[in-house]
Design a protein around this ligand. Structure first.
Ligand code: IMP
Length: 437
């Protein structure tokens, strides 16, 4: 450990249904990290970065790639579509970003073209009962991992092994297509898949590494590590709104399995929530609204998916679900984003409880059937972007934040006040990026 002290090893995790604005929080913390690690999910995630004045959308590469002092790791818990990944690499290289600080685990699983086809065919077959997946093949790739027949990055790099794995796997995908009422002949053949894989493997080879060994070396040297979560707590496979969830462990606990570190290697968990709530895809959303406030939030907050472009469903902040998410992740500090989006609403609401169909209060486990119980607070008209002291916020915005903190029981240490990188208020005495001895 350096004598100057460093940022504790930090997990950034979404507390809602993804799209909480984790990118801005990761950006702030990554400047103090030596390693930035993705540990789960795949190119179902997406965030937009501005590099030398140009927009780049990253889906798999950790956003820390823009921090010159950080090495970025795509750990074994991630599923990688190598074609999408290489397109991201091209975008970064074209904008002058070097890839010498990027490592990909040989243990990460590969999303094949046939995984995408199966994902889409199943969604089509489900019709109105669909999950609303991103159709990127995420679920089918994780299914094959769990079924112990998946293809890993290490396999991709070894043509003979890849050939053998695909011979066993592709018939399973043909069967899945038939099960979904789709034509298996539309799947890429073995030869097609091998031809697809070869140039991608050549690109991945210099980046492939034993990332568990890399991270344990970092831990031994006391180099600060930032673990960047994708999606959000309510999309977690075990604890989210199943079956309307993604296929990975999105919780802070997923860091241990996905990156191969122990729970004691994690120093703090920063939970990110928007000042309201959004969801893409199907599934329960008790505080969803369809009125003028929803239109305001979608328009001002630009609430359209960065991966699929779908309009996001919008609603009020759900405090009981947020409290649940805080517990599930062991959140020690709260980052609240996009407060500016609420400026201009005549009133703002907080969901402070849920009632079941019997009229009785109910917990997060029954969210599908819950009716929200609201508390209404006065709105504020003034913009809040660029506010650098919490005392300078409009009184009604301050009251809103104080109420959120009191109800959730965790301090807000970071506050997003506008779309720009610098529109971020940092609580001076509790900056999670601050060095600790
Ligand atoms: P999948 O991860 O593509 O299988 O999709 C499962 C569910 O998770 C769907 O409701 C998706 O809309 C949602 N989802 C997956 N990734 C993200 C994300 O990064 N942000 C928000 N929702 C996501």
């Amino acid at each position: 450990m350096s004598s100057r002290g460093s940022m504790p090893n930090t997990v950034v995790v979404g507390l809602q249904w993804g799209d909480e604005g984790k990118g801005k929080v990761v950006d702030h913390l990554a400047a103090h990290a030596r390693w930035v690690v993705r540990f789960q999910g795949g190119n179902n995630a997406g965030h937009t970065l501005v590099v030398n004045g140009e927009k780049v959308v990253l889906h798999v590469v950790p956003s820390g790639i823009l921090q010159p002092g950080a090495t970025c790791v795509v750990a074994g818990g991630v599923v990688i579509d190598p074609a999408v990944f290489c397109t991201e690499l091209d975008g970064l290289v074209a904008r002058g970003v070097g890839l010498d600080r990027l490592r990909v685990s040989t243990e990460a699983f590969v999303i094949l073209p046939s995984h995408r086809a199966v994902d889409a065919a199943r969604e089509d077959a489900l019709g109105a009962a669909r999950i609303g997946t991103t159709r990127r093949g995420i679920g089918p790739a994780y299914e094959d991992k769990v079924a112990r027949r998946g293809v890993r990055v290490g396999d991709l790099l070894d043509p003979a092994r890849l050939d053998a794995r695909l011979r066993a796997l592709l018939p399973v995908h043909a069967h899945a297509m038939r099960g979904a009422g789709a034509d298996p002949a539309s799947l890429p053949s073995l030869a097609d898949t091998l031809a697809w894989a070869a140039p991608l493997a050549a690109r991945l080879r210099p980046l492939a590494a034993d990332t568990v060994a890399l991270l344990h070396g970092a831990l031994e040297r006391g180099e600060p590590i930032l673990f960047e979560g994708a999606q959000g707590t309510l999309l977690d496979l075990d604890h989210g709104t199943y079956p309307f969830v993604t296929s990975s462990t999105t919780l802070a606990g997923g860091v241990c399995a996905g990156a191969g570190v122990g729970p004691r290697d994690i120093g703090q968990v920063v939970g990110v929530a928007k000042a309201y709530a959004t969801r893409v895809g199907e599934g329960p959303f008790p505080t969803e609204i369809f009125d003028a406030a929803a239109d305001h939030i979608r328009r001002v907050g630009a609430e359209f998916g960065s991966t699929t472009g779908r309009p996001r469903r919008c609603g009020w902040l759900d405090i009981p679900l947020l409290r649940h998410a805080v517990r599930l992740n062991g959140v020690s500090a709260l980052a609240l984003t996009k407060l500016d989006v609420l400026s201009g609403l005549p009133a703002v609401r907080l969901c402070v409880g849920h009632r079941g169909p019997d009229g009785q209060p109910c917990g997060a486990g029954r969210v599908a059937e819950a009716e929200p119980v609201y508390e209404e607070l006065p709105g504020w008209a003034e913009p809040v972007a660029g506010v650098t002291a919490r005392d300078d916020l409009p009184a009604a915005a301050r009251a809103y934040l104080a109420r959120v903190e009191a109800l959730v029981g965790v301090p807000i240490v970071l506050l997003g006040t506008g779309p720009r990188r610098e529109d971020l208020w940092i609580r001076p005495d509790m900056d999670p990026a601050a060095p600790r001895p």
